[in-house]
Design a binder for this molecule. Sequence first.
Ligand code: ADP
Ligand code: MG
Length: 645
Amino acid sequence: MGALLSLQQLGKDYPDGDDTVSALAGITLDIAEGEFVALLGPSGCGKSTLMNILGCLDRPSHGRYLVNGRDVATLDGDALATLRRDSFGFVFQRYNLLATASAEDNVALPAIYAGVGRRQRRQKARALLTRLGLGARLTHKPGQLSGGQQQRVSIARALVNDAPVILADEPTGALDSHSGEQVLALLQQLHREGRTIVLITHDLDIARHAGRIVRLRDGRIESDSGAVLRPTLAATVAATPAPLRPAGAVPWLETLHMALGSLRAKLFRTALTLLGVIIGVAAVVTMLAIGDGSKADVLQRISAMGTNLLLVRPGAAGIRPTGEIATLTADDAHAMQGLPNIDGVVPMRSGSATLRVGNRDYQTQQVQGVWPSYGRVKDWTVGRGAFFGDAEERAQAAVIVLGQTVADSLFPGGQDPVGRYVMVSSIPFEVVGVMSSKGANTFGQDQDDVAFVPLSTAQSRLFGGQYVNSITVKIADIGVSGATETMLQQLLRARHGSEDFQLRNTASLVEMITSTQNTLTLLLGSVAAVSLLVGGIGVMNIMLVSVTERTREIGLRMATGARMQAILLQFNVEAVLVCGLGGVIGIVLGLALVWGLRLGGVSVAFSWLPPLLAFGCAFATGCVFGYLPARKAAQLDPVLALAAE
Ligand code: ADP
Ligand code: MG
């Protein structure tokens, strides 16, 4: 059985401009299990450098360092972390406690990385603190403890994983002589219990507490008082060389707990970061709901106009008609009726006219001459009375059906217009019916401001001429509307000998408007997405600041055995937590906004896709923007991290 710690011709160089500075040169030293060694030397002689190498926080530039006969040069980062965790307990001159954690939690920290359960960790930390005389200070934060008490907390932390070796770098450097004596007595006691202690100091009086004094000067060993072995104790410890427990991953729940803890420690900052994400997600949810809502609204109004209708207008496409075009006739409409897949045809001849009842005048937008099939083709029912029939059409009868607006204007106060007479162009028309109310169309026009008369009556008695202004065709099966359209086109071309008409269907109108609306939704969505991105950048910014701020904490976690993976995971989880939480609150806020808008009469369409998408984005943002800072944290050199201010 060789020495527990064995340094062979060990050297450490630091770059100094183009040159290198040799902090350690040719150190050969064996430390046996159970020894209490003091490394004594003036400031700058390389004591801390040596301790960092002994504790596997740093690697030598030359020579070999064997721990329990194993060359550390052969170990990778994770194996070194495991070795640190299981073999060494560090005590630093400046304690290096986590300011936001209680004494108990500080002591328990290394045990997290050793995979010890929460309850057990607590118990152990309490027992150790009680033993070191801090039983009444378990929940105190480091700021509430004296220097000597803080150093005892850090000694308890060094002991929590039962490390066989305690490395103490100037542990009394910042303490008054009384507290210093207490700490030294504690180290001696630990030595008596069988632990190996390496004490670093520049003070001979302190070094005298150790059994063996090794003097260093300018990176070399000046003198060595020689090993003082106490065979009985050393043997008992050496008989059970601690096997390296595999470096297990920190459990998820533990990581989550730690992440929550550090988020809570900076509550205000966390809240501000959250706000960025919340606004982003809420914006996505609300904007998309508004966009979809307005689309659905427009589509619904258009389909109320009838998507199965074809409109035939006179005049060639692209030519702006001047005056009335007289190419389309009622005979064309008759011919169309004979075609297959046609559910109904209604020609229309319209003009504006003044309607009069007694001395009450009403100028309607349109008096339309139509066939009795009008109501069926347009899906428009009569509210009161009846529409005129084929007999009236054949007889050019002076009968009229009023739209609701016209009826209300001419017969105010709830009078029944049916059976009454209305003067149109000095001809008395009998009111036979009143249409049901239809309201405004997509373009805001009042569809009830209209009156219907038989087509034959309109042509011969009101407006003159044998032509019509349009023919509306109702298609039976919308699935083959294309073929029907072609047939209509061929029929009319054959009848007219030229393409002096236009066919328009509402389906193409729907298509056009849908695409416009989609553009709008896309625009709203991208504005929202940008705000989500800004939120994400905020998260990254905060995480980067937090990494810089907590550099020492990261160094400490690594010194106590945290693997790179654990650090990476912790910072990632913090970012993802912020984004995930922000995502959830953002969705709730967004839904509340959508709900409020709906109550306020704005048409919104809610579907689960945008919120899920927004949440997914926020979550992904957390992963992506959390990764860079997390990686930065995980790649920190433990020695430099610990030395950071
Ligand atoms: P001690 O702890 O005995 O006071 P250190 O081990 O801290 O001494 O330093 C030994 C020598 O190595 C000093 O000259 C110091 O300037 C140098 N040194 C220590 N750390 C670094 C570093 N990271 N980069 C460059 N030089 C360093
Ligand atoms: Mg030092």
